[in-house]
Design a protein around this ligand. Structure first.
Ligand code: PEP
Length: 258
């Protein structure tokens, strides 16, 4: 039986301005009041410009919601126009920062080196990186999904001590399942999440492997989350589209009641 607390993290992507973000987090707070959160953590990852407003609403309402960003700069501060540092995010009470999301990799050319630098910058700032890994459809069809995903994981975690690796959350997000409505089967999710944990075991030992939360992401909804969460090595979900609806995301957080 795992002692890892499941994490349900909602990635709002480039949706909702600050007013809409405020409305959603308040609605989510209300919806979560009916959910047993004794053994599940809920987080939202709004756009940068919504963070301050959402943080204020979470604090004011004492909402059971952790805050995270969708990205973080690899740099500490200075002449990096358009970038947001880890320290700026911790100053907003952010706990998490997603790193290496497939949309960052695809549309912004982020490779293993930059992803690795961002993981380290997040940790330096006291944030928990949510390192996203996962294969495109061609690799899945070629049966190379495990190999491909583990190479991304190794790249993302390169140079981390065991103590640092233990602080990372890994999200397995097969690219073909993100935003497509095509969810991986629970067995597919378990296969890769298990291999991720075993790589952590080989690299950093049992304590790290057993502590790190490995999430699944890709078209998670309230209708499919319970079956995925029933798998031993799946410790939560990174949720895109379904996190934009308060009731639906609250149901995902309450997956045990399904
Ligand atoms: C995501 O953005 O990380 C994601 C998994 O999106 P969706 O749930 O919409 O597939």
């Amino acid at each position: 039986m795992s002692t890892r607390t499941p994490l349900m993290a909602g990635n709002w992507k480039m949706n909702l301005d600050w007013k809409q973000g405020l409305a959603l987090v308040e609605e989510l707070g209300e919806a979560l009041a009916n959910v047993d959160l004794s053994d599940v953590e809920v987080a939202v990852l709004p756009p940068f410009v919504d963070l301050r407003t959402v943080q204020t609403a979470i604090d004011a309402g004492k909402l059971p919601i952790a805050l995270g960003a969708q990205d973080v700069s690899a740099h500490e501060s200075g002449a990096y126009t358009g970038e947001i540092s880890g320290a700026m995010l911790t100053a907003l009470n952010c706990t998490y920062a997603a790193v290496g999301h497939s949309e960052r990799r695809q549309y912004h050319g982020e490779d293993e080196a930059i992803t690795n630098a961002k993981v380290k910058a997040a940790l330096e700032a006291g944030l928990t990186p949510i390192l996203c890994v996962g294969e495109p459809l061609e690799e899945r069809k070629a049966g190379k999904h495990v190999e491909y995903t583990l190479a991304q994981l190794e790249g993302g975690l390169e140079g981390l001590s065991a103590e640092q690796a233990a602080k990372v959350v890994v999200a397995y997000e097969p690219v073909w399942a993100i935003g497509t409505g095509e969810v991986a089967t629970p067995e597919d999710a378990q296969e890769v999440c298990h291999e991720i944990r075993e790589l952590l075991r080989v690299q950093h030992g049992d304590q790290v492997a057993d502590a790190v939360r490995v999430l699944y992401g890709g078209s998670v909804k309230s209708a499919n989350v319970a079956d995925i969460m029933a798998k031993d090595d799946v410790d939560g979900a990174l949720v895109g589209g379904a996190s934009l609806k308060a009731e639906e995301f609250a149901k995902i957080a309450g997956f045990r009641a399904a």
